[in-house]
Structure formats: C-alpha cells, structure tokens
Design a protein around this ligand. Sequence first.
Ligand SMILES: [Zn+2]
Ligand SMILES: [Zn+2]
Ligand SMILES: [Zn+2]
Length: 254
Amino acid sequence: MIVRLLGTGDSPGTPVLNCHCKTCEDARRNGWERKRFSILVKNAGKIILIDTSPDLRRQLLDNGIERVDAVIWTHPHFDHFGGFSEFYRVQGNVEVFTTPQIHESIGKYLHFLSYRRKEVEVYEKFQISGISFTLFPVNHPPVDAVGVKLEWNGYKVVITGDTNIEIPERSVEEMNKPDLFIADAIAPSGKFKKHMNAKEALSLAERVGARRVILTHLGHFFPPPKIAVRHYPVGEDYQTFSFREGTLDEFLGD
Ligand SMILES: [Zn+2]
Ligand SMILES: [Zn+2]
Ligand SMILES: [Zn+2]
C-alpha cells in the first residue's frame, strides 16, 4: 500500500494569490508550492483519493494517474472537494464514500453531476481494494467533518482531516497507536477555531502514541519548507509512504 500527499497546503495554497509575505515570495522565487489537500492511496492496482483538491488536474498529471477507482470526502469545504469534476468529466462512474450529511452538503454544490454515492456511517468499517477504512467525527465548525483511519496488513494510518484540537473522545480512541499520523496544522502556533496549530497536532500525536507524524494543511504562516522542516515534521507535496510487509519506507515522488 502506498500513501502519497498530493497537496499539503491550506485552502488558498502557497503561494497565496496577491500575498507578498516572505514565505509566498520565497515560493515564487524558488518555484515551490503547497497545493490543496488530497491524499492518494494505492493498493492492489487501485487508486483511492481522500478528498479531491481544486489542484487535482495538475496532481493527477504529475503523478501519472489516469484513472481513479474511489473517492472518500472528509467535509464540504471547497479545498477538499472542488476538484472532483477535474477527472469526473473524463472518467465518471466513480464510487464516492462519505457520511449522508457530507454527501448532502457537497451534493448541493455538485448538483449537475450524477456521481455514485456510497453512504457510510461514522465508526463503521468499510472495505475498498483490500483496505479497511473507518470515518470518525472531528471538530471543524460549522460543518460536519470526519477524519479517516486506514488499516492494511497490520498497519494503521490515521488522517485527522480538518479539525481543531477539541476532538470527540471516541474519535481519539479510534486514532490509537497509528504507524503514520497525518495531522492538520495550519500554522506553527496561535489559536484557530477550525484547525490545530503544530503544537496541538504534535501533542495529539503524542497522546495517541503515533510512531511517525507528518503535518499537512500547512498555511503560509510556516517559513519556507527548508527552514520549517528543521523545526516541525512538515509534509511536502508528493511525499510518499510505502507500506510493505515488515517495513515502512518513505520517499519523495517516484
Ligand atoms: Zn481544508
Ligand atoms: Zn503569504
Ligand atoms: Zn475545511
């Protein structure tokens, strides 16, 4: 099983349009960026996307992905579903998994597309391509939002989704002891109503006993990656985690 971060940016991405802060200027000057949130999971030749970023066309082209087999949506914010029609227009017939409430919200926006809705309840396991998934509610006011747990071959990967630190206790229990913990951290510090900062995300990682933590949904409040990585386990677009029997490898791109 492969887990690849297709986009590690927050909703505007980095660089932010019309922002001339040090980080955004560094991104323009040195040609790096943080695209919007999407995670690719590949197993047994099947491609599953957790969220469909507005940058999806570029992300699929860059990664040589010609077909998507299933989609899981975490919540009805544009930076997490806006790119769905990037591939649905040319492919169609993709099964999309999320809770009935999140389907309803996103469905209003995508009313012109008739995609295949698969309704799943929180805390109930479902299988796609040999991987067991569980959605668990998090706290991202004012919308319904879930995190995602993946279990495969004895490995456990937890993606917090967009959330502040006030996560329901039962969901924190679902996160227990992940091999890889992919956590929302929009800024190094400061209080955010909808998101964790890096300190909060790292304290949550410690609380759940994560073996490896990687921060994502990163805003331009972080310094450029070369500096940020010295202080925080920040993710990078196309960073990839490869799970095989007995080993967890990590590499950038292909
Ligand atoms: Zn987001
Ligand atoms: Zn900026
Ligand atoms: Zn959000």
